[in-house]
Design a protein around this ligand. Structure first.
Ligand SMILES: Nc1nc2c(c(=O)[nH]1)N[C@H]1C(S)=C(S)[C@@H](COP(=O)(O)O)O[C@H]1N2
Ligand SMILES: [Mo]
Length: 413
């Protein structure tokens, strides 16, 4: 297998961080320890040999910007988000519940077929035909339900994502409502919109236990999209090409990749990923349909600079920067703390406002004396909902938005 060596700048950066207690999280959390280990592992590696290699379908990602947890779970480093609002494709996280389909599904993109059900004139349309019916572009935050799981002290099973199973990207495709209108409107009064992924399932196993099929409340169709481009490029296999459902404001799993069926249904999908996975169940409960589904995202923000990946921070003037979003509502304001939440100052929202489903960048000019600092951020949405201080405990570690957990501890010298 081919490995890509670290670029010289990145190698210097990592070497500079060796030994320093630098990476995210409060020292008391299990994750701080985990990320220190990850950091020192990277620092000790002069070549990329200690890091896991990128899988073939995502070999075009920037190895210096991501943490490869496994072939199907790749996250963006906290310090890699940069200062532009859009996350470049080469830095965006990847999460597959199943191995992605064969790359040959991209050979003839316009021939990809999607079945639309639960409308007055149900039928199968090709991507080529969809492109003649309507087009729109929108920015959304794509964030895995389990982003921030690594900060849960009870060590839930699943990838210990820190902050980087998220990004803000541009989608181009056909609004679902335009497609529904074209097909004569909804049939009856369905409660859900259900998307089915196009993975080929292994023989001999019950498809219901594996299939990626997700139901979301019907009215999400007003802003949802079937997208064929991401950041102005044809959608890659890693991100669900040739065609993907985007449900803005909803967690990653609801954004079904390689979509082959979109149905308006009276019931939620009977598959495991809908019924028992992605449920917010108390710590002592067995997750099931009686628990809330991981649907809309909640207000969340985190600091991305300075010192996010352990690079040295000099005493004096610094710009604390980060990203903030509020799921289905717009960002109103972001406050920043340099002392772990004892005192707060309002930050400035920067960059273009790409709509309520995109994230906003924020910045605050500060004077940082030498010593340890805990940089926290807290966002409030236009409805008055404020990012939570403490995580909402749940057995599988979903939807962590705690500003305490996401605070960044840095050492300034
Ligand atoms: N068909 C299909 N769609 C899917 C998945 C999948 O495994 N198969 N994973 C989901 C999950 S859990 C997440 S977080 C997002 C990840 O999107 P990305 O890989 O483009 O970042 O896709 C979602 N859509
Ligand atoms: Mo996810």
């Amino acid at each position: 297998m081919e490995t890509t060596p670290l670029n010289p700048a990145r190698r210097r950066l990592l070497a500079g961080s060796a030994g320093a207690l630098t990476v995210a999280g409060l020292a008391t959390s299990g994750v701080a320890r985990a990320s220190e280990q990850a950091g020192s592992k990277a620092a000790a590696a002069p070549a990329a040999s200690a890091a896991k290699p990128l899988p073939a379908y995502a070999a075009w990602k920037d190895p210096d910007s991501v943490i490869v947890h496994s072939a199907n779970t790749i996250e963006t480093r906290r310090g890699a988000f940069g200062d532009g609002v859009i996350t470049p494709a080469r830095e965006l996280y990847v999460r597959n519940n199943l191995p992605p389909p064969d790359a040959s599904i991209l050979d003839d993109r316009d021939a990809w077929a999607v079945e639309i059900q639960g409308v007055k004139q149900p039928r199968t349309l090709t991507l080529g035909e969809l492109k003649t019916l309507g087009v729109e572009t929108m920015a959304t935050v794509l964030q895995c339900s389990g982003n921030g799981r690594g900060f849960f002290p009870h060590q839930p099973s699943g990838t210990k994502w820190q902050v980087g199973a998220a990004g803000c990207v541009m989608w181009t495709g056909i609004p679902v409502r335009t497609l529904v209108e074209y097909l004569g409107g909804l049939e009856g009064d369905p409660a859900y919109m259900t998307g089915t992924g196009g993975e080929k399932l292994p023989d001999g196993l019950d498809p219901k236990t594996l299939m990626v099929e997700r139901s979301v409340p019907r009215d999400t169709m007003q802003d949802a999209m079937l997208a064929w481009e991401m950041n102005n490029e044809p959608l890659s296999l890693a991100h669900g090409g040739p065609l993907r459902l985007i449900v803005p404001g909803y967690t990653g799993v609801n954004n079904v990749k390689y979509i082959k069926r979109l149905a308006f249904t009276t019931e939620q999908s009977p598959v495991k990923i809908q019924q028992t996975s992605y449920r917010l169940a108390p710590l002592d409960a067995k997750p099931g349909p009686e628990h809330p589904s991981a649907w809309a995202m909640t207000p969340k923000s985190w600091v991305t600079a300075p010192g996010a990946d352990g690079e040295p921070v000099k005493a004096g003037r610094q710009l604390v920067r980060g990203v903030a979003f509020c799921g289905i509502h717009a960002v109103k304001r972001v406050d920043v703390s340099l002392d772990g939440g004892k005192t707060w100052k309002q930050a400035t929202l920067v960059g273009p406002d790409l709509g309520k489903y995109a994230w906003r960048q924020f910045a605050l000019a500060v004077e940082l004396p030498a010593g340890e600092h805990v940089l926290a951020s807290r966002v409030e949405d236009t409805e008055g909902n404020v990012q939570v201080e403490e995580r909402v405990e749940n057995v599988r570690g979903y939807l962590n938005a705690s500003w305490r957990d996401h605070a960044l501890k840095i050492t300034v010298s």
